[in-house]
Ligand binder design. Structure first.
Ligand code: ADP
Ligand code: MG
Length: 580
């Protein structure tokens, strides 16, 4: 028997309902508005009164309207066909732009029910299986998509029957399992999972032990992110958060990409609709969209739908991680999500925390970031969810609650600086304030020693020191004038400019420079450090400037040339002879 209720109060999207039975927080209900069923989520229960947040406009709703509770939380449907789809936070399919403006009470099917998938069984009759074990496989694009024992299954099951290889729709029963109580349960290619609960079904979640190559030098060379790691990009409006995230999506070493686009303005969402499907994956030459799911929402969508979107995105990533895949979750911007949390908490008239955000903002953000990670599956294989979110602090103030709370939760910090963006030094990641805590992990240091170069982390620290010394020298030159400081100050300043122009700066819009594999990053850092290790004598600071400017020019030409091409080698020879 479903719990029922009657609307007793309406404040914007927050509706109070008098209920006739048990209801739980986060439970889904439907409000009947003259035959239109509007979805809502319970956010607070107080005796026989429940506060529910309606996912769409409450226009026309009135006291006395009927409500029916579902006894389940907001769920996402998981199955083949998620990739290359564009959804809103409630997993409505937004493949066509018209659907961005769905009619009220309209919910679309997230998966294609008619399409058939070529299924290959992986389990056989008599096998003992538990939640998340692989029963079979279909090809989604060119990725192997595992059909798993639903995550909600508890205990052990025996495979009673399984479909032989063939083409089936997602709703076909592909296996029948017997529970330890002796009951038969049917398994299709689709399962449901509540978005706010982390997907379980793996053996352990060890610390990350390798890095995820992004192809972006400021990240990989200076502050690498681990596979299964977390990072965030705070930056004022227009400093390049979105461009940097798209660069990571394109170049990043991941099997599956999920983009949660929490738009500042509707046109940004339109951009992602039009631009993303055009992008070509530099690793495979195919459309990046084939292995991408986009979850979109704009600030004109209802607050609860906006709040749900990052969870929907995370759950989809966790689903693919359980297949042993490397997943990359990008959320832009998580400040919009935090604002949704703030709006909801304010309407509930909860005691507000800093800047009127909910008191438990920090815990909500930490719990979300904690869902990322590398996992060891029951079969010993590994999967990963790497998460990078952007934060758009009002006025670039890094002391505001969302930035501060995220800083506690994420292990990498890539701060975009307004003055670097103003100077067109892109990506505008500040070299000295940014950090990666993974550089302190013994596993990661060992991994870098083994795969990049022995003593690599020391070299990274050397590069950061050159930048620091250059900054100090620049400050002295500013105060005392070009002629008021010893020549070594000019040399130090220009050495840091060399690191800046050749390593930090990278053209996201140049086909060659945009994709810089680690091997190439190693080559360039070694070369730059070799140049910086030398002492240089100059008659005057102008000669010093000229020398370094020419050098920077040659090195930048190298960045724009195909690695190890004839051209690349020729520029390299020039550099060597210039510093001889
Ligand atoms: P944000 O998301 O922080 O508001 P965007 O990512 O939209 O900022 O970037 C704003 C503009 O800055 C871009 O349209 C582009 O012109 C420029 N830009 C940002 N990053 C780069 C980059 N790596 N290379 C070249 N131009 C960039
Ligand atoms: Mg942006």
């Amino acid at each position: 028997m479903k719990t029922k209720g009657i609307v007793t109060g309406i404040v914007s999207n927050l509706v109070t309902v008098k209920v006739d039975g048990p209801v739980a927080e986060n439970e889904i209900c439907f409000i009947d508005l003259g035959g239109v069923k509007m979805m809502a989520e319970v956010i607070k229960v107080n005796g026989e009164n429940a506060s529910v947040q309606v996912f769409e406009s409450t226009r026309g709703l009135k006291g006395g309207d009927k409500v029916e509770f579902e006894g389940r939380m907001l769920e996402v449907q998981l199955g083949p066909g998620l990739l290359s789809s564009i959804y809103d936070g409630l997993q409505n399919n937004l493949a066509t732009m018209e659907n961005v403006f769905l009619q009220r009470g309209e919910y679309t099917d997230p998966l294609d029910r008619k399409k058939t998938w070529d299924f290959t069984p992986l389990a056989k009759v008599g096998d003992t299986v538990v939640a998340a074990d692989w029963l079979g496989e279909v090809k989604e694009g060119w990725l192997p998509h595992k059909i798993m024992v639903p995550f909600s299954f508890e205990g052990e099951y025996k495979v009673k029957s399984i479909k032989e290889a063939g083409a089936y729709t997602v709703d076909t029963v592909i296996a029948v399992l017997i529970s330890d109580m002796g009951e038969d349960v049917q398994v299709t290619m689709v399962q449901k999972w509540p978005v706010k609960v982390a997907v379980k079904g793996y053996k352990e979640k060890p610390r990350p032990n390798k890095i995820m190559e992004t192809g972006v030098r400021v990240i990989d060379t200076l502050n690498p992110i681990a596979e299964g790691g977390t990072g965030f990009i705070p930056g004022p409006f227009g400093c390049g958060k979105t461009v940097l995230q798209h660069a990571i999506a394109k170049q990043g070493d991941a099997d599956v990409i999920v983009m949660a686009a929490c738009g500042e303005r509707a046109n940004e969402v339109v951009e992602i609709f039009t631009e993303f499907p055009e992008l070509i994956d530099p690793h495979t030459g195919r459309h990046l969209m084939e292995r991408t799911t986009i979850i979109c929402n704009t600030s004109n969508m209802p607050v609860a739908a906006r709040e749900a979107s990052v969870y929907t995105a995370m759950t989809i990533c966790e689903y693919y991680r359980a297949m042993g895949l490397k997943c990359l979750l990008l959320a832009d911007s998580t400040s919009r999500w935090a604002q949704a949390l703030r709006e909801m908490s304010n309407r509930l008239e909860e005691l507000p925390g800093a800047d009127a955000f909910p008191v438990d903002l920090s815990a909500i953000i930490s719990n979300f970031y904690a869902r990322a990670g590398m996992v060891v599956l029951n079969n010993g294989q590994t999967g990963a969810v790497t998460f990078i979110g952007t934060v758009s602090p009002a006025g670039g103030n890094l002391k505001e609650p969302v930035t501060e709370s995220t800083k506690k939760a994420a292990r990498c910090f890539y701060a975009l600086e307004q003055n670097r963006a103003d100077q067109k030094r892109y990506p505008a990641v500040g070299p000295l304030d940014s950090y990666s805590k993974y550089l302190e992990y013994p596993e990661i240091i060992e991994y870098l020693d083994r795969t990049v170069e022995k003593g690599w982390v020391d070299k990274v620290l050397q590069a950061k020191n050159i930048i620091r010394r250059g900054k100090e020298s620049a400050e002295q030159i500013n105060i005392l004038g070009d002629d008021g400081v010893p020549m070594s100050y000019h040399v130090n300043f220009w050495k840091s400019e060399l690191v800046d122009f050749v390593i930090l700066q990278q053209d996201a819009f140049d086909a060659i420079d945009a994709l810089c594999p680690l091997e190439r990053q190693r080559f360039m850092l070694d070369l730059v450090l070799e140049i910086c290790a030398k002492d240089y004598e100059f008659e005057d600071f102008e000669k010093c400037r000229e020398f370094f400017k020419n050098l920077i020019n040659e090195l930048r030409q190298m960045n724009y040339s195909a690695y190890e091409s004839e051209q690349f080698r020729a520029y390299n020879e020039n550099v060597k002879s210039m510093i001889a």
